[in-house]
Design a protein. Structure first.
Length: 330
């Protein structure tokens, strides 16, 4: 009788263990899937900064955020699978796709935010740029080729021997341009936010000359501005986790909306998570930074319009051709 009781207890224990194990497995299956995203140090990550503060697990989804210094640092992490998604300039994303097809463009997360700043109150039209030297933020990137495009559309020669040629100078790093302009060591600078706001804080007499975004829209006959930053994902990850990716994109859109509506809090988060910018500068610049979310499908034409500018001036910067439809997440 005692033996039977012992066997019965053991059996009950085994059944209890199996049910407990089943519950544990079920709980594991219900746990959030972790997604790793990297933003770039500097302004491109500002729109997504609320995700750094996000609860580790929310809506059955865990998003882990990190910061990469440059696209050259971010890309190897993405290709190797150390991160699942990352922020890149549109031309860099196109080049990676055209040379390897290892990534998918998920969304646009930042649009036109370039400004031509100067103390020159006579700078009213593109023709007024003739004979000027403009210091540009970043050689081989969107600021350079957008300025070349605008000049070409206006018949302005660049870096030629003509007396009225426009000269582009890349000798000052982007992070130092605002200070050089504010101290009046240079007269003209073409730079993005938040550096434009930083320059104006240090020298309130500086003005944003011309309407760069409006000129681009006029020449390209588009109703929207050009994309400045995009969110991409590793192709294998995206293909295997489409539902998960869609969840992440909703969180990204919500983060950008929060940033735009809460510039002071977003600025504090940028400084807290060491994105390379001070809170007051971020707060001031958010209203003119054009952080905006557009799905890859909705933004396809805008992306192709911008990449066509690169195709004309520096085809190697996008891999020699416009990406095909598989580049865009849908």
């Amino acid at each position: 009788m005692k033996k039977r009781i012992v066997f019965l207890l053991i059996a009950v224990g085994l059944v209890t263990f199996m049910f407990a194990s089943g519950r544990k497995d079920g709980q594991n299956q219900a746990k959030a899937r972790e997604v790793k995203i990297s933003v770039l140090n500097g302004p491109s990550g500002v729109g997504l900064v609320p995700l750094f503060e996000r609860e580790a697990e929310k809506n059955n989804l865990s998003i882990q955020m990190e910061v990469s210094a440059t696209p050259d640092v971010l890309l190897p992490k993405l290709i190797k699978g150390e991160i699942d998604m990352g922020i890149l300039p549109p031309n860099a994303a196109a080049k990676v796709y055209n040379t390897s097809e290892n990534i998918v463009l998920l969304a646009v997360v930042g649009k036109g935010m370039l400004n031509l700043l100067s103390l020159d109150t006579n700078l009213k039209t593109l023709d007024n740029l003739k004979g000027k030297k403009i210091f540009v933020a970043g050689q081989g990137s969107t600021p350079e080729y957008l300025l070349r495009f605008l000049a070409s559309q206006s018949g302005i020669a660049i870096d030629s021997k003509q007396a009225d040629s426009l000269e582009l100078d890349f000798s000052i790093p982007t992070a130092e341009l605002a200070a050089a302009l504010a101290s009046e060591k240079i007269s003209y600078a073409f730079l993005p936010e938040p550096f434009a706001s930083l320059a104006q804080i240090n020298n309130p007499h500086l003005i944003r000359t011309l309407d760069i975004q409006g000129l681009y829209q006029s020449f390209t006959k588009t109703q929207d501005s050009y994309p400045m930053t995009v969110l991409v994902g590793r192709k294998s990850f995206v293909e295997e986790n489409k539902d998960l990716v869609e969840k992440v994109l909703k969180e990204v859109a919500a983060a950008i909306d929060y940033t735009n509506k809460n510039p002071e809090k977003a600025g504090q988060l940028v400084e807290k998570y060491s994105l390379g910018l001070k809170a007051p500068i971020v707060t001031k610049s958010i209203p003119t930074s054009a952080f905006a979310y557009s799905s890859a499908a909705d933004a396809k034409k805008d992306i192709e319009d911008l990449l066509s500018v690169f195709l004309d001036f520096a085809p190697e910067a996008i891999g020699g051709k416009l990406p095909d439809d598989s580049f865009y997440f849908n």
